[in-house]
Design a binder for this molecule. Structure first.
Ligand code: FE2
Length: 424
């Protein structure tokens, strides 16, 4: 097969310098030295190559809406939901589509090539699902977009949410969402988990719920989620997002819960940038971090990823499609500072998230889809430390972003050399 693109001298996340050959959208070879003709040959000697960044938890219907109609003053989750309620009637199909496409441009430039977005289905117009279904088709050539039918205001608490969710699935949402801790009672939350897992099981769909995104240690809907996954045989198909109440739970109860989550094949997504801002808001001091128990889950054998959650929306006033910011914040909050833990944090924004999203064809193996990113860093830990430029982004065999390597100079009087200050 003809080689369209040959990338030379790149370093794999696991170490080892290789050349990568690409043809007809696939990876044709990953070897220490490939001596062959190619349509284009690029030398990135010493730079890190990675499979694409993956964000398994995002809200693309809300992104880039910061300040419309106002900003979140308290920073709480509840004011964010209230503010989103004020914004929803103002949304139009075209406005949602345009903001989402702008965000996808940012993502593509950063090598973030797979995104799972929750999409609010509580507005009867289903503007988010309609607009983002269109976006999913428009970006298909470079970004894999999964849509979660998400009853933001509660499956039972919002009048038409359940019917709307079913309509959204009929339109083509990929994943069933939920928000049990926001239902009126613990009992209704528990019932919503069972109901939604049943709907997903019947349709052969994945489940990804906002689950226990609260500091209340008695919010235990993850227990029901694990139970339903086990009961319905949905191992590998179910994800609990946030699980921040686990931060505050009794240790004895958690010692029962962790094996249950693992046995049920439930994966977990933690969203450190937003959790550290939204959680602990009702505390004085000490203030809880509100992050779920990530290292303990990993040690238990549970699949865990880092998600971004929000960029410039009612809940979060920052963000830039930089998954290495997410990894950096998660690493700090979870105190994952050993060499192996830091490398794990890089995997959690790439390969682990890809497993959660059940992406086919992902990775740097021969035969996989030729999607990868070359970073101006030597290895995954340096990438998290520097959050460096993406020198090359290849999506499904095509170069979609390139950036010249920047070399800055530092001229200190009395010292002859100029050095690259970023690596100082
Ligand atoms: Fe979320």
């Amino acid at each position: 097969m003809a080689i369209d693109l040959l990338v030379r001298g790149v370093t794999l996340p696991t170490g080892g310098r290789v050349d990568i050959a690409v043809g007809e959208g696939k990876i044709l070879g990953v070897e220490p030295a490939i001596d062959a003709e190619a349509g284009e040959i690029l030398d990135y000697s010493g730079c890190l190559v990675s499979p694409p960044f993956v964000d398994p938890h995002f809200h693309m219907d809300a992104t880039l809406s910061h300040g419309i109609p106002r900003v979140n003053r308290s920073g709480t989750l509840l004011e964010g939901i209230q503010l989103w309620g004020e914004l929803k009637p103002l949304l139009t199909h075209e406005a949602v589509r345009q903001r989402a496409l702008s965000y996808c441009d940012w993502a593509a430039a950063m090598g973030l090539l797979a995104i799972r977005t929750h999409v609010d289905v509580c507005d009867d117009r289903l503007i988010g699902i309609e607009a983002l279904s269109q976006v999913r088709s428009e970006v298909r050539g470079y970004i894999d977009l999964q849509l979660v039918a998400f009853p933001q205001d509660g499956l039972y608490r919002s009048p038409n949410a359940r019917d709307n969710l079913l309509r959204a699935l009929d339109i083509g949402a990929d994943v069933v969402g939920g928000i049990p801790h926001f239902e009126r009672t613990m009992e209704e939350g528990r019932r919503s988990v069972s109901d939604l897992c049943g709907i997903a099981s019947e349709r052969g769909l994945m489940v990804d719920m906002h689950c226990d995104e609260t500091d209340d240690p008695l919010s235990r809907h993850i227990e029901q989620l694990a139970c339903e996954s086990q009961r319905l045989g949905m191992h590998g198909m179910v994800t609990g997002s946030h699980l921040t109440s686990m931060h505050s739970m009794d240790n004895y109860y958690v010692s029962k819960l962790l094996p249950m989550i693992r046995e049920a094949g439930v994966s977990v997504i933690s969203n450190p940038l937003v959790n550290i801002i939204v959680q602990g808001q009702h505390d004085s001091y000490p203030k809880r971090r509100g992050l779920t128990r990530v290292p303990e889950m990993i040690k238990e054998g549970i699949l865990v990823g880092w998600g971004q959650d929000c960029v410039l929306d009612p809940w979060y006033s920052l963000g830039s499609a930089e998954m290495l910011d997410v990894a950096l914040m998660g690493l700090h909050l979870a105190q994952m500072t050993s060499e192996s833990d830091m490398r794990k944090c890089f995997d959690m924004v790439t390969t682990e998230n890809a497993k959660i999203m059940r992406l086919d064809d992902y990775g740097l193996e021969v035969g996989a889809s030729a999607s990868f990113v070359v970073l101006d860093a030597a290895d995954p830990v340096e990438a998290i430390r520097l959050r460096p430029d993406r020198l090359l982004v290849v999506a499904k065999g095509k170069i979609i972003a390139r950036r010249q390597r920047v070399r800055s100079e530092l001229r200190i009087p009395g010292r002859p050399e100029s050095v690259d200050r970023r690596r100082g």
